[in-house]
Design a protein around this ligand. Structure first.
Ligand code: NAD
Length: 478
């Protein structure tokens, strides 16, 4: 059974949409209807906006040490409820239960980290030019925030917005994905049950474009944070420009993986095969373009194929399953299009390349070799369990090919040569670089892209700063 009761959270109260509109929530592994997702009406959204303005007044006046206590209590409640929240996540999103639990563990970690870091929103004193003056640089919360997030990490995407805002002293209206609403509702319940004042956190669902136009059309939110695709990120940035809201845009990527001949190939294979098929490849930092140097190419393709074949695909609630379904049937069509186009461009499938079964949105872990840079999969973000591999000859060639797209989120390198590592770390045009391992996302480190992958960071002191503004105060004669 689906454990979560789906409701909107507005002004501290759980409710259904005032016009009674809903949509079906599907289990991507079985295509069963799990629940009804309530839609907020325009009246509901106006109430949420007003509540976030009122909540902001209360929360910004709450000392950071008291905010941290509420956030710590929420984190403890999440820990108590982790089994139920993880089950909700797997049912609505499809990823294996073990991955869902790790994700909720990360959610707890992020909540604690921002709660603590909020105590350290330090300003500074600047030596004055006028004798006796005191010049202060003060950090203050930017104002009520609005956030919109995608379905691929129903917990992580949501908490990076909520905890960042709350840690900094902002209130927030968040619209999680309608495809994965229950995880967000379960997390929000922990904050409410921990004693968060009414209006500080508001959760709404609806038709995404209608909700974002309505919320961003208001002057109340002073900050927008979005995780999702590049086209939607650009659209929301344009809407935000009307009232000059500050934006953080966490958008798509197309991560190059560079494996040099001097790399430890088994280590590279072990690191990348698991990482590629995690969450069925529906990860913005998923490795998506594999460049392997000539002498290592054959052994890498063979090793990757062997590992992909061994992955157990199935319903994420079943024991031993390593990869679940895609989020929706529209993504199966996208995978089929990428594979057909790659074949037309001369690529060879070494494993996978097709849908699995006819119930649930399962697509086989797929490896493609000899994929030219002109194939669509080497240009557009695959966002699925597809691994295209291509050979390269020289350092300069691979850097140019890796940097040839407008994306700039993550990149990965495998080499045992320290000088080469340093040189390529400088050369890669991405916001995140992992050398000899793929772990580039932690609560305490900045996470974000460059170029069309967006701007602004989540995590680290930069993630808190995204919800702060700077005020300069100068005084004399006091
Ligand atoms: P999509 O762009 O239609 O939707 C992505 C998310 O944005 C969804 O959760 C949706 O609710 C939200 N959204 C869509 N239109 C919106 C609007 N007008 N206002 C506010 N929110 C809106 O893409 P999709 O088919 O669901 O997913 C596939 C694509 O999404 C991939 O190609 C990938 O680039 C991107 N994506 C990126 C991330 C990321 O972490 N950067 C996460 C998920 C999806």
């Amino acid at each position: 059974m689906y454990p979560e009761k789906l409701e909107l959270l507005i002004a501290g109260e759980w409710c259904q949409g005032s016009e009674g509109k809903t949509e079906d929530l599907l289990n991507p592994a079985t295509e069963d209807v799990l629940a009804q997702v309530p839609h907020a009406s325009a009246v509901d959204l106006d109430r949420a906006l007003q509540a976030s303005a009122e909540g902001f007044k209360v929360w910004r006046a709450t000392p950071p040490i008291k905010r941290q206590a509420v956030m710590e209590k929420a984190a403890s409640l999440m820990q108590e409820r982790i089994d139920s929240i993880a089950r909700t996540l797997t049912l609505e999103m499809g990823k294996p239960l073990g991955e869902a639990k790790i994700e909720i563990g990360f959610v707890i970690d992020v909540t604690r980290w921002y709660g603590e870091e909020g105590k350290r929103a330090y300003g500074r004193l600047v030596p004055p030019r006028i004798p006796g003056a005191r010049q202060m640089v003060v950090k203050e919360p930017v104002g009520p925030a609005a956030a919109f997030v995608a379905w691929n990490f129903p917990g992580t995407n949501v908490i990076r917005k909520i905890a960042g805002a709350l840690g900094a002293g902002c209130s927030i209206i968040i619209k999680p994905s309608e495809e994965t609403p229950g995880t967000a509702v379960a997390i929000a319940r922990c904050f409410q049950d921990a004693g968060l004042p009414a209006g500080v956190l508001n959760v709404v669902f609806g038709v995404p474009d209608e909700v974002s136009r309505h919320v961003l059309g208001s002057w109340i939110p002073r900050k927008v944070s979005f995780t999702g695709s590049i086209p939607i990120g650009k659209h929301l940035t344009k809407l935000s420009a009307e009232t000059l809201k500050r934006c953080t845009m966490e958008l798509g990527g197309h991560a190059p993986v560079v494996v040099f001949d001097d790399a430890d190939v088994d280590k590279a294979l072990d690191a990348m095969a698991g990482f590629k098929f995690r969450n069925a490849g529906q990860v913005c930092i998923s490795p998506t373009r594999f460049f392997v140097q000539d002498n290592t190419y054959k052994s890498f393709v063979d090793g990757f194929t062997e590992r992909a074949k061994a992955i157990k695909v199935g319903n994420g609630l079943e024991d031993g399953v390593q990869m679940g379904p895609l989020i929706a049937d529209r993504r199966l069509d996208v995978m089929e299009g990428f594979v057909a186009d790659a074949k037309d461009h001369g690529a060879e499938i070494t494993t996978g390349g097709e849908r699995m079964g006819n119930q649930g949105y399962f697509y086989a872990p797929t490896v493609l070799k000899d994929v030219p840079d002109t194939a669509r999969i080497m240009i557009d973000e695959p966002f699925g369990p597809l691994a295209p591999i291509t050979p390269f000859k020289s350092f300069d060639e691979v850097v140019e090919r890796a940097n040839s797209l407008p994306f700039g989120l993550a990149s990965y390198v495998f080499t045992t040569d320290g000088g080469k590592a340093a040189k390529i770390e400088d050369a890669l045009d991405t916001g995140l670089v992992g050398v000899n391992h793929p772990f580039v996302a932690m609560p305490e480190t900045p996470f974000g892209g460059v170029n069309e992958s967006g701007y602004g960071s989540e995590g680290g002191i930069e993630g808190l700063d995204a919800f702060l503004r700077t005020k300069f105060v100068t005084e004399t004669g006091v």
